[in-house]
Design a binder for this molecule. Structure first.
Ligand SMILES: [Zn+2]
Length: 236
């Protein structure tokens, strides 16, 4: 190897190390798809709404040079739950954000609900709906704490975008909240059963505000974090 080639390699390596922070991969997960339509109310399908908002969020993230969206699905296809998390971990996702819509009868409108992992509302009971689903153990405390911090950043950004959301994140045991590597949240953009929320979710302007808020929340979370799992003390 010629000395100049060796030197070039050293320079390349140094540059790669300097960029170790690199573009930060944000995993976006549109719920359901393919044979799994998700909630369907009056012809409005959760899988399509989720994909639309994921596409808009990806477009927002691309405006930030330091952020790089990774989508668990780009189109109307079925992806097993555990594959969604596995693939996002494999590509080095720094955070994982799953988008869904609710179908809950008799509930007052709550706006956008952000979920983090919590053992108190373990779902599902009984056999997994998705035969490909591998049951994951509960994520480590520090990842859960980071997920809560991520949820706070996203909820703050939602409020700044004038999108109604609760003061705190809900807690659930969804499979997509169980990564042991990435802080993970699930964003329920509304309840399809509620006519006003169903209408709002189909409004492109509302979808834009939600997408902007998620992108802003992720950016401010990652800016506050020295790495994917930031300085957070203990779980509540
Ligand atoms: Zn769903």
């Amino acid at each position: 190897m010629a000395p100049s080639t060796a030197l070039a390699l050293v320079i390349l390596l140094a540059a790669a190390l300097a960029r170790a922070e690199g573009p930060r991969i944000v995993a976006l997960d549109a719920g359901h798809g393919g044979r799994d339509r998700g909630a369907v109310v009056r012809g409005v399908e959760e899988n399509a709404l989720a994909l639309r908002i994921v596409e808009k969020t990806a477009a927002e993230l691309k405006k930030q040079k330091s952020l790089f969206p990774y989508l668990t699905r780009w189109e109307d296809v079925f992806v097993p739950l555990s594959d969604r998390v596995d693939r996002a971990e494999q590509v080095g996702g720094r955070v994982f954000i799953s988008i869904h819509a609710d179908k809950v009868y008799g509930r007052k409108p709550r706006g956008v609900i952000v979920w983090v992992y919590g053992p108190n509302r373990e779902i599902p009971k009984g056999p997994p709906r998705d035969p490909g689903e591998r049951m994951r153990p509960a994520p480590p405390k520090e990842v859960v704490a980071a997920s809560r911090l991520l949820a706070e950043h996203v909820q703050g950004a939602l409020r700044r975008q004038k999108v109604k959301t609760a003061a705190y994140a809900d807690r659930g045991g969804f499979a997509v909240l169980k990564s042991d590597k990435m802080p993970s949240i699930l964003v329920e953009v509304g309840n399809l059963v509620d006519p006003a929320e169903a209408k709002q979710m189909q409004d492109p302007a509302f979808q834009d505000r939600v997408a902007k808020a998620i992108a802003q929340g992720v950016l401010s979370y990652l800016s506050s974090a020295s790495d994917g799992v930031p300085r957070v003390s203990v779980a509540r």
